[in-house]
Design a protein around this ligand. Sequence first.
Ligand SMILES: *Cc1c(COP(=O)(O)O)cnc(C)c1O
Length: 432
Amino acid sequence: MENKKQNPETICVQAGWTPKKGEPRVLPIYQSTTFKYETSEQMADLFDLKASGYFYTRLQNPTNDAVADKICQLEGGVAAMLTSSGQAATFYAIFNICSAGDHFVSASAIYGGTFNLFAVTLKKLGIEVTFVDQEASEEEIAKAFRPNTKALFAESISNPAMNVLDIEKFARIAHSQGVPLIVDNTFPTPINCHPFDWGADIIIHSTTKYMDGHATSVGGAIVDSGNFDWEAYADKYPGLTEPDDSYHGLTYTKAFGKQAFITKAVVQLMRDLGSIQSPQNAFLLNLGLETLHLRMPRHCENAQKVAEYLQSRPEIAWVNYPRLEGNKYYDRAKKYMPDGTCGVMTFGLKGGRDVSVRFMDSLKLVAIVTHVADARSCVLHPASHTHRQLSDEQLVAAGVAPDLIRLSVGIENVDDIIADIEQALVQLTVNS
Ligand SMILES: *Cc1c(COP(=O)(O)O)cnc(C)c1O
């Protein structure tokens, strides 16, 4: 694609796949495990990374690369890759720069799956995490860093706590400690938030959510800003700055410059771990991306009305939606996400946990599903579902109250969504 920067709407619709004469207008699904070459030497150069090209879909596939390129342009990065899931994206982003004996720091209010990955699975690999309260002072958070700390991680809007990250503060802390800031930008998407503009170095996504938007395909993405200077901390990041024996002593930062991080994640981690997104799923993700710029404003508009409605109801104990006036994150959300946050909010009903469960069971249009951030409105009770492995203490640290209902407002007619909520609220008093 040409280098001139286009507007997000145009990138959503057109970027990534640019057909030449006689080629399909729509991004084709390259449903092929492998790619043909004319000479043995051509293939050998690919394996040595002397030439770039496709040879096996576990490493790269043209459909996936076109979609990664679109996401890269939306985030304003220099390189990107797709993964089989958001979990794989998070794992690769950390594992690309951390190995046994290393440590990283993460905000504690994060997605439940990410919390488990960090606290349990990475620990088994010898990688340690320290969780911090993202609202603590810079001095306090800096205390969590050690000589072997390799990254700082947080979510731009945390799922499900709905905390809005002070991205500039986190970038300052990361950079004063000589590590990159990795931001999970799943909830606001690049339509509503640009973490690179505020100092983030690497962005990851669960594309399963708004990017796909239709709940068809699990997927993930990693985007690199190209801004973190690995060479300046060469002894900390030997995987990037020292020769890789599995490629005849090639050094990623020397051979690939600003593309080093993503290139290593593709040719080393994807080669060895194989969490590739299927080209079929990448195709569906691309269709979703084509309307992301239309859907996000509608999600926000609907959610705003639903949040205001909930707040007006006597049955509701509290509502947490960053763009609701009086919300703790209102001003920060306006700064980092001036056009809106996303369609997700949380709230609690008076009477606590049991009432919350009864309310959810009475909903008809709004479905109970283990999903969030797609076109159809849905609800989840994290304490009973996604976060049920967490102790009460961990629940509090993750910002999940026992009565918390996560509501993901879709793009249906908002009056119908509110009517469904209303009938479920009315049933609570009828049946109590
Ligand atoms: C869902 C989610 C993930 C995990 O993504 P999967 O695609 O389900 O693996 C990571 N981060 C956030 C913020 C999420 O909402």
